[in-house]
Design a protein. Structure first.
Length: 323
């Protein structure tokens, strides 16, 4: 098996020999997905490459990330084509590429860059590092292999990826390397307070109303070792919150003392999307995989057919309980 440096070189070589490159992350993009996509786009362009940023779902970036440099260039993957290289980011399996799945698999060369431990290595080249805090951090490490110096736009996007996937530099993935890379990004032009304000202090009144509703439904289960809440489609109409404004909703619940795991269930007409977070070392990634999803030990998710009640019935027995 080639060492990690060798794989970085292979990725750089694939990029250098490509003439038209698609860059795309997972459905329902979060800060690492959008930050990695735009960060790599800017990096490739600074090396003189033709790079197109695609969305795996939806037609526009989430409002939270709309102010990132280049966000206006993100376009739906439907109808896009003519690429000789597709770079899949932060997506452990092709299904996570949503609308872009077919395009990714049909493009002559597929490169996968990801930090999920359950990555299926579905590319021709797979740069996978579960020790990386964010896919954006891996792109930062790729820059020297491409021989280009990241500018302020690259730095702003990749700092956003790192800031969000580490929970503002607080989760257990916040290694010394994360701080070193973050410092390099700031030196290269990432503006910490601007990015922090854009990402964490730019919520709509509707989003706050949705937080209030979510908190009002907080429920304890499994003898108090699990806390969960839920939202459904009507809640968006009733509060005015946008569907994309739920990324940090689970963070409101995870602050609660004394639980091992928290869950947020989001119901749509016939399925429920579940976000899981572990607080005390329990592996929610394993639970998510058992129920058809995936993720990290401390943060994972899955989507399941059914109602809030039926999905809770399947989920809770897999989470910690007193007995
Ligand atoms: P979130 O709860 O923020 O949507 O997701 C938490 C983590 O779990 C992220 O790393 C995300 O990539 C992963 N994840 C969420 N849903 C799924 C899923 O359906 N499949 C897989 N493989 N990973 C997921
Ligand atoms: Mn990530």
């Amino acid at each position: 098996m080639p060492g990690q440096a060798e794989i970085f070189k292979q990725v750089a070589s694939a990029i250098n020999s490509a003439s038209s490159i698609a860059v795309c992350a997972h459905v329902d993009p979060d800060g690492d997905a959008i930050g990695s996509t735009l960060g790599l786009m800017h990096l490739l362009r600074s090396c003189g490459k033709n790079a197109t940023p695609l969305l795996a779902s939806g037609s526009h970036p989430p409002l939270t990330y709309a102010a990132l440099p280049g966000a206006e260039e993100l376009r739906p993957s439907a109808g896009a084509g003519g690429f000789d290289l597709f770079v899949a980011l932060d997506s452990p399996d092709p299904a996570r590429l949503g609308d872009a799945r077919e395009l990714a698999l049909a493009t002559p060369t597929l490169v996968v860059i990801d930090h999920h431990p359950d990555n299926k290595r579905y590319g021709a080249i797979n740069l996978v590092d579960p020790d990386s805090a964010a896919t954006g951090e891996m792109i930062w490490e790729l820059a020297p292999y491409l021989g280009c110096t990241p500018d302020a736009s690259v730095s702003a996007c990749l700092f956003t990826a790192l800031m969000t996937d580490t929970g503002r530099f607080s989760y257990s993935n916040t290694t010394p390397a994360v701080f070193r890379h973050a410092a390099e990004m700031v030196e290269a032009g990432a503006n910490v307070s601007d990015l922090f304000r854009q990402v964490f202090e730019s919520r709509t009144p509707g989003a706050l109303a949705l937080v209030a509703l979510t908190m009002s439904r907080l429920t304890f289960a499994n003898s108090g070792r699990v806390a969960y809440s839920w939202i459904d489609a009507d809640d968006f109409a009733n509060t005015g919150a946008l569907p994309e404004e739920t990324e940090t909703l689970i963070d409101e619940i995870r602050v609660i003392i004394g639980v091992d795991a928290v869950a947020l269930l989001k119901a749509s007409h016939d399925s429920v999307r579940v976000s899981l977070r572990a607080k005390t070392g329990f592996d929610v990634g394993l639970v998510a995989r058992t129920l058809g999803g995936g993720g990290h030990a401390a943060a994972a998710g899955f989507t399941r057919g059914g109602t809030i009640e039926s999905v809770l019935g399947e989920l809770l027995p897999h989470l910690p309980s007193a007995s």
